[in-house]
Design a binder for this molecule. Structure first.
Ligand SMILES: Cc1cc2nc3c(=O)[nH]c(=O)nc-3n(C[C@H](O)[C@H](O)[C@H](O)COP(=O)(O)OP(=O)(O)OC[C@H]3O[C@@H](n4cnc5c(N)ncnc54)[C@H](O)[C@@H]3O)c2cc1C
Length: 388
């Protein structure tokens, strides 16, 4: 646990360096990839080389050992610059499961290699087609095969970046639900080396934005016993413990997106002359931009509060969930406003707005949808009855 927070002054050089890196990847780079649903290999390589994807790996394992506020600043600036961190952001938070719950041997084997950019841990296999948000109903099983390992059967969906990852964190059932001691027991987390297994099929899913997501099929996939992270049956808790970090980091991306849309709309409103004056001279154009700015700023404050609590080792489920929801709503509102401000040009590919609009739409659905956050707040913060 890193018990310190990073001040804005300390973050400033990180922000500047990330923006300079992103300037090498302008709109046309992303537009070309978007058309063919291509993976941004060069961008991910540049982030890896600069050490940004190892920001949260402690120095003793070869990472930068930065705070989550610093990781947030990195992702926010990537999005503020018009780039997209979704191609690689998972590595920042999935490695936390290995760090917190992995054995000394697993950490030694994996974390330094990830920090050096030799191993990629980008895939996170939780969601399944028949269980969706109801993670505890997942059906993928990992059955002990003597002492040597496990045999995995089942299916995952929306496993993003699986084709661009060496390792995957996989959540599977090791004890049948009816035999588990409690509702949350019986699931286990495995660190699967996807290069070394057979019985694994990965199929890309084409989505409305360029996201490199896939579905995966496990057909008697054999994995060694030492793929297990922590204790068998405790996997759901391990996954939950990483979710606050995931939500805070993704919220930062949304804040970055919102800033990009607001900057873009603000500049255009000052330049575009219609009826003999800048459209931004009309309150009908100014006010939606001002409203989105306020919405973004309030979300940003919640992200900062969540990150600071996380860094201090305090409970932050409430703040992380609210930050993710408020930031996802702020980025989506700003996306809609930006299209409206640009009129017809908001739909033209070369303005990048329609691309960012499609990209930012994801975040009120994944990694947790709006209703999931609202249920969490109602039940765990407001002590209302459990609704599902
Ligand atoms: C592009 C993309 C990338 C993703 N990447 C990953 C990944 O890398 N790894 C991974 O494991 N998952 C990933 N996901 C999955 C994502 O986390 C899920 O899509 C999300 O959690 C919602 O689950 P679902 O799609 O099955 O929706 P469902 O669970 O089917 O829900 C559908 C709708 O019903 C609502 N709903 C369901 N039950 C209730 C209830 N009781 N009360 C009120 N409302 C309810 C939900 O909020 C939602 O709006 C990704 C998804 C997408 C689209």
């Amino acid at each position: 646990m890193i018990a310190r927070t990073t001040s804005e002054a300390e973050l400033e050089p990180i922000r500047t360096a990330v923006l300079a890196l992103c300037a090498r990847f302008p709109g046309e780079y992303w537009r070309d990839l978007d058309r063919v649903r291509g993976y941004p290999h060069e961008f991910v390589a540049a982030l890896t080389e600069a050490g940004y994807l190892a920001a949260l790996i402690p120095e003793e394992f070869g990472g930068s050992g930065l705070t989550i506020s610093a990781a947030c600043a990195i992702l926010e600036e990537i999005h503020h610059a018009g780039c997209n961190g979704a191609a690689c952001h998972a590595q920042m938070y999935t490695m936390g499961t290995v760090l917190r719950h992995g054995s000394a041997e697993q950490k030694k084997q994996v974390l330094p290699a990830i920090a050096r950019g030799e191993l990629r841990l980008q895939a996170f296999g939780v969601t399944e087609p028949t269980s969706g948000t109801d993670t505890l109903s997942l059906r993928t099983t990992a059955v002990r095969d003597g002492n040597s390992g496990y045999i995995v059967n089942g299916q995952k969906i929306w496993t993003s970046r699986a084709e661009h990852s060496d390792l995957m964190l996989l959540l599977a059932r090791t004890t049948p639900r009816e035999q588990a001691k409690t509702r949350t027991d019986g699931l286990s987390v495995f660190l699967v080396d996807m290069r070394a297994v057979s019985g694994l099929t990965i199929r890309p899913i084409r989505t409305m934005m360029n996201h490199a997501t896939t579905e995966m099929f496990f057909d008697n996939m054999r994995i060694p016993a030492d793929s297990l992270i922590g204790e068998e049956g405790n996997g759901f808790r391990y996954i939950l413990s990483g979710m606050n970090a995931e939500r805070i980091l993704i919220a930062s991306e949304c804040v970055g997106d919102a800033k990009w849309f607001i900057d873009k709309a603000n500049s255009y409103a000052k330049e575009r002359i219609i009826f003999g004056r800048a459209i931004g001279a009309n309150q009908g154009v100014q006010f939606p931009i001002a409203r989105c700015y306020m919405q973004m700023r309030s979300a940003e404050l919640m992200v900062h509060e969540a990150a600071q609590r996380y860094e201090q080792g305090e409970q932050c489920g409430e703040q992380a969930n609210m930050a993710k929801q408020l930031a996802a709503e702020a980025s989506w509102a700003a996306a809609d406003m930006c299209v409206q401000t640009h009129g017809g040009f908001g739909f033209a590919e070369e303005f990048d707005i329609e691309r960012k609009f499609r990209e930012t739409r994801l975040y009120t659905v994944a990694p947790i949808s709006t209703n999931g956050v609202l249920s969490y707040i109602a039940e765990h913060v407001l002590n209302m009855p459990r609704s599902y």
